[in-house]
Design a protein around this ligand. Structure first.
Ligand code: PEP
Ligand code: MG
Length: 323
């Protein structure tokens, strides 16, 4: 039976009515990409590149980064690898940058803001990514903490500059995406959809910003609930905008592995769930148990619910008493 479960985890997952959901893993380094492949993940939906920048005296060189990204891409053997550009700042400070202290680091110079404030840092990383993408067709890139279309355009411009510097154009079909973690990005997804290939919902940060409840604050853990209808409405907004433009939407925050959230996310139109590697088999099993049409009905009911608890109750009652 254990063998059967393991084999099932290595097969693609689809709902009962045949909607394919990619179940990928989150990774912090190339070793995690090896683990992702070993547990049957369909790819890596989030490579948190900042881990290569932490706990050192300076940023890794272009060559060091290209080696890490190349090893991660190779470990996945053709399965997609979404490389997120540096998401430092806030809870992941880089002391060697000498950035001025901030009173509210979660509202400060973090994510893409840091890369744009320190363009050498991001430019070096983008050159490493371009080099990796030239060798591995499975690579995609995404920018974290996008709040405005100007940030997206600046990031894309720097990506073009990196291509020119490396002397490698991006191949046709190379995908550039953004994380949706800031409510402003979710609410302007219609405009952003013109200029991105995909959206990945960072529900950890999105929830913290929607409910104004810091993600690591234990006293606010109940409030920072990704099943709150306000969060789900933003997921809906992004999925609707993406659908109208033929873009795809993933979730790479922890909500994607929550059994109560999976039917809602799939029902709203999410087609990729990137989760912690050990959760991949269970998430695939949860996808296979779903009917996407029923999930859509349930998700629309959840949008009208009054609270996260009410959403959870809806999901449980939909599962039936034996559920
Ligand atoms: C998120 O915010 O949901 C996310 C996946 O990014 P991180 O957890 O790295 O901030
Ligand atoms: Mg985040």
């Amino acid at each position: 039976l254990a063998d059967q479960a393991r084999a099932a985890a290595h097969r693609p997952a689809a709902t009962r009515d045949g909607i394919r959901i990619e179940v990928a893993a989150n990774a912090g380094d190339a070793g995690d990409a090896v683990e992702a492949a070993a547990v049957g993940a369909d790819g890596v939906g989030l490579l948190r590149t900042e881990f290569a920048f932490l706990d050192r005296d300076g940023a890794p060189s272009e060559d060091e980064q290209a080696a890490i990204y190349g090893a991660a891409a190779a470990a996945l053997d053709g399965r997609p690898l979404v490389i997120r550009t540096l998401d430092a700042g806030a809870d992941k400070p880089l002391p060697y940058l000498g950035m001025p202290p901030e009173q509210n680091p979660f509202l400060g110079v973090r994510g893409v803001r840091l890369g744009l404030a320190r363009p050498q840092l991001l430019a070096t990383q983008l050159r490493a990514i371009v080099r990796t993408a030239a060798e591995h067709e499975n690579v995609k890139v995404m920018f974290p903490m996008i709040a405005t279309i100007d940030e997206l355009r600046s990031g894309r411009r720097m990506l073009d500059e990196a291509c020119a510097a490396v002397g490698e154009p991006l191949r046709d079909g190379f995908e550039v995406g953004i994380m949706v973690e800031v409510p402003a990005a979710a609410l302007t997804a219609v405009q952003l959809a013109h200029e991105v290939d995909f959206f990945s919902l960072g529900t950890n940060d999105l929830t913290q910003y929607v409910l104004a409840a810091e993600r690591g604050n234990a006293a606010l853990a109940r409030l920072a609930d990704g099943l709150h209808p306000a969060v789900l409405r933003l997921v809906h907004e992004v999925c609707s905008a993406a659908r109208a433009h033929g873009r795809w939407v993933g979730v790479c925050g922890e909500l994607g592995a929550d059994p109560a959230a999976i039917p809602l996310l799939v029902g709203l139109g999410v087609r990729e769930l990137s989760v912690a590697a050990p959760a991949v088999p269970a998430v695939k099993a949860a996808v296979r148990a779903l009917d996407a049409d029923e999930a859509e009905t349930l998700a629309h009911a959840a949008l009208a619910a009054e609270s996260a608890d009410a959403v959870r109750a809806l999901v449980v009652s939909d599962d039936g008493p034996a559920g």
